[in-house]
Design a protein around this ligand. Structure first.
Ligand SMILES: [Zn+2]
Length: 398
């Protein structure tokens, strides 16, 4: 699954042209005029930009409708409408998690993502169907992308008895992260919900990535309970709060919480939503908070949008945060690359010697131009092997 390759004439982050020698899937040397060792293939970089692989740090591989007939969305306005509709529709719409996660993973890879964190539904209606399906994809497509699973109680944890036991089973089956969801708004039992998910983290020695859509003061209240438990359980650096719309509230309310985020190294995932208050990316990064991004659901029963392009997501981060300067757009790219890698704790990630050769080569004069033009002419390398070229993957979709 690893390869050796000499990349000639590429520009790391649109800087000066150089060569990159890849040996056994790792970046062995970066420098000018490297000669190809015997038997090592050469890839002409054509003076294009090279960046580390894009990091899709929040999606739902198990339930995309990618490649399925168009889904006419007539779902009600509330969060519970979407949750209940989806759970009731999965079998009828033939949303097979193994097949659908494979389709989305291939799409994601050919757009340049080399790592994916996927939340995967765990509920009493489908048990571990999703977890087993995404694990099958993780194993079968390891050559093109690394996938991490978050056991996710999408339908609630306490309001549907039996879910906690299934969450236990999902962790035993090998999920890497514990998930959670709106402790007040969905389970209506913030203490019970958070004690349960933090309990799973303690039992299995795993980090937490909790969806928190709750707005304003309700969200800040739940956030405070998350902070309290993170501190009490010694889980600094092991908690991610996804969405965190409440951080988009009045700074007078949010600032005290920001200090806690920094102190406990709690990471934030934002999709940079157009239709919700959103966490202030610049302010968080400047304070030293890890901020990552993701597509969230792609073409599912929740909504029709998405193409798994994290370069487009970087543009959304820019638009949502009023980024105009080139250095600001570089920050948006960092959110979709290095920051995501920090949140996922990917040890061998980055564009430097000794790191895994997970790279994207793409046209553009500058990083900012690459983000705004989003050329489909990308070359994607996973462990030194070109796994996608100009929108075509080495793997066929099921
Ligand atoms: Zn999500």
């Amino acid at each position: 699954m690893t390869a050796s390759l000499l990349l000639k004439n590429v520009r790391p982050y649109a800087g000066p042209a150089t060569d990159i020698l890849i040996e056994n899937g790792k970046i062995a040397r970066i420098g000018k005029d490297i000669a190809a060792p015997a038997g090592v293939a050469v890839e002409d970089g054509r003076a294009e930009i090279v960046i580390p692989g894009l990091v899709e740090a929040h999606t739902h591989l198990d339930k995309s409708l990618w490649g399925q007939p168009w889904y006419t969305n007539e779902v009600g306005p509330k969060l519970l409408d979407k949750i209940d509709n989806e759970r009731q529709s999965k079998k009828r719409l033939d949303i097979d998690p193994a097949r659908q996660s494979a389709r989305q993973s291939i799409q994601s890879s050919l757009m340049g993502s080399t790592h994916i964190r996927s939340h995967v539904d765990v509920d009493t209606e489908h048990g571990l169907w999703g977890v087993e399906g995404v694990m099958a994809t993780r194993d079968a497509y390891r050559d093109i992308v690394d996938i991490e699973l978050v056991a996710f109680p999408q339908s609630g944890l306490l309001r549907r008895p039996g879910t906690l036991e299934l969450m236990e089973a999902a962790m035993k089956a090998g999920c890497e992260v514990v998930g959670g969801l709106d402790p007040c708004a969905i389970d209506r039992d913030p203490k019970g919900h958070l004690d349960a998910v933090f309990g799973l983290c303690q039992t299995y020695g795993k980090p937490l990535d909790i969806h928190l859509h709750e707005p304003g003061e309700m969200g800040l209240f739940s956030f405070d309970l998350i902070v309290e438990r993170t501190r009490a359980l010694g889980m600094a650096g092991k908690v991610t709060v996804s969405h965190a719309f409440c951080l988009g509230a009045d700074p007078a309310q949010v600032d005290p919480l920001m200090e806690e985020l920094v102190a406990l190294d709690i990471a934030i995932m934002t999709t940079a939503p157009a239709s919700r208050p959103a966490p202030p990316v610049t302010k968080l990064l400047a304070a030293g908070v890890r901020v990552c991004s993701g597509s969230d659901g792609i073409r599912d029963t929740w909504g029709p949008y998405g193409n798994a392009d994290m370069l487009e997501r970087a543009m959304f981060v820019g638009l949502r945060n009023n980024f105009r300067r080139d250095d600001e757009l570089r920050l948006a790219l960092d959110v979709c690359t290095t920051e995501g890698a920090k949140v996922m704790e990917i040890a061998d990630y980055g564009l430097s010697e000794g790191k895994a050769a997970d790279l994207v080569i793409l046209p553009g004069e500058t990083v900012a131009e690459a983000i705004v033009t989003r050329s489909p002419k990308r070359r994607v390398l996973k462990r030194g092997r070109v796994v996608a070229r100009d929108g075509v993957s080495v793997r066929a979709a099921p």
